[in-house]
Design a protein. Structure first.
Length: 438
């Protein structure tokens, strides 16, 4: 009998602890909750049997009315998007989607300043811990707030880790997730919860891009680390007791950010910005590129292994060096100087020359002996023109000036096409108008 009483007492204490944790999560989440209802436009055909209404959750991002939805929504969508914040209904307009995040920022015109969710306060959820997901509702449910409990079953690695949770309803997607201690831990995805400690920085940049407050774009194609990388072979890693999540620095360009940080070809990258690399094979490479957050001026800290010793380097990404270019209208070609990245990117056998990037149609360089085949091709490296060596664009320009003064009918071009040396005679009379005789 006493044992039974003790059991009931423990059960009651457990219930009260759950109730306290749920109430704590609800009080922290409620001011920031958004209930989305999307009324889809009429289907174009009977075969398209989409549901007429989709319901999901979201959060408030700014006082001015920027909201986050857990889907990519087109800015020109014909669907009607309603956003409920408490008992207030608004029409929401999509502003921008981020394909990598799989999220969209929308805008409403609030009647009073909103309360944004503080993303920087997030912590990680521990395996075995209970999580609490809080969602709001609309007038159909009297604007009630619901708190659902889930069990954290493990972590799914990726650029943004996901906490694997026990099943929850679909409408929780986009809702904030809290730990049993009342700490913000993530946002619900389709079946799991995105870790906000991984997501927060990219979300801040996304918000900044949309609101115009971003100092730099979240990603920049011109940002440059200055090395080529290749995933470590899994069998090699196992045999040599090396991490499976690692990348070889196959080549480090001189004077690049990677070179200046102290890295050299043959180093093995094992950590990025204080965190071990995740995943393996090509997925580790993709993770590195995404986690590096390529922005000009963005800082990085990387740990590598070199001859069994740890080497840590720090630096900032720089603008990718762009070689000088030239349009040689007389010959009908576009050219670029050859730098080290260009040499490796195109696997060039010759660097003492200028590379063809484009051949203009109907030009001397495009008119060949065979129909449809140019005399010169993109990636050809021109080493001499009219018997004048052209190791640089300035040397090519000098040779071009000489040709313009001498006005020869045919110009001999010497080039390398891969490992093969070639010569072509370009007829400069092609394209000229014949003078009519009286």
């Amino acid at each position: 009998m006493f044992t039974g009483c003790a059991h009931f007492e423990r059960t009651d204490r457990t219930f009260r602890a759950f109730e306290t944790a749920a109430n704590r999560a609800e009080s922290k989440a409620t001011p920031h909750l958004v209930h989305f209802r999307v009324q889809q436009a009429a289907a174009s055909s009977r075969s398209d049997r989409r549901p007429s209404t989709i319901v999901f959750s979201g959060i408030v991002l700014t006082e001015e009315g920027h909201l986050l939805a857990p889907f990519n929504i087109r800015t020109d969508t014909p669907d009607r998007i309603e956003a409920w914040i408490g008992d207030q209904q608004y029409l929401a307009r999509p502003l921008k989607s981020d394909e990598q995040l799989g999220m969209t920022i929308l805008r409403i015109q609030p009647r009073e300043p909103l309360v944004p969710l503080q993303l920087d306060e997030a912590v990680d959820l521990r395996t075995g811990e209970h999580a609490f997901v809080v969602i709001s509702s609309d007038a159909d449910n009297e604007f009630a707030v619901f708190t659902l409990s889930a069990f954290m079953q493990g972590v799914i690695d990726g650029r943004y880790r996901q906490f694997s949770l026990s099943p929850l309803p679909n409408q929780t997607r986009g809702a904030p997730v809290f730990s049993s201690r009342g700490k913000l831990v993530g946002l619900m995805s389709q079946n799991n919860a995105w870790a906000l400690t991984d997501l927060a920085e990219d979300l801040h940049h996304f918000i900044g891009e949309v609101t115009g407050r971003a100092e730099t774009p979240s990603r920049d194609e011109n940002a440059w680390f200055g090395a080529t990388l290749s995933p470590i072979n899994a069998d090699f890693a196992r045999a040599n007791k090396l991490p499976r999540s690692a990348l070889w620095l196959v080549h480090v360009f001189e004077d690049s950010p990677a070179w200046q940080a102290g890295f050299r070809s043959g180093d093995l990258v094992v950590e990025l910005n204080g965190e071990p690399l995740r995943l393996s094979g090509t997925r580790a490479y993709q993770y590195f590129l995404q986690a590096l957050r390529p922005r000009i001026g963005a800082p990085f800290e990387i740990k590598t292994l070199r001859n069994g010793k740890s080497v840590t380097g720090r630096g900032r990404l720089e603008r990718r060096p762009e070689p000088q270019t030239l349009r040689a209208e007389d010959l009908g070609i576009h050219l670029t100087e050859i730098n080290e990245p260009l040499k490796l990117r195109h696997n060039l056998f010759e660097t003492q020359g200028v590379m063809v990037t484009e051949v203009e149609r109907g030009s001397p360089a495009a008119t060949g002996r065979q129909f449809g085949r140019n005399l010169l091709m993109p990636r050809d490296v021109i080493t001499a023109v009219h018997h004048h060596p052209t190791p640089t664009l300035s040397a090519f320009n000098e040779a071009l000036d000489l040709i313009r003064r001498e006005r020869p009918g045919v110009v001999l071009v010497e080039f390398m096409r891969g490992p093969v040396n070639g010569f072509e005679a370009l007829n400069l009379r092609i394209g000229e108008r014949e003078e009519s005789t009286p």
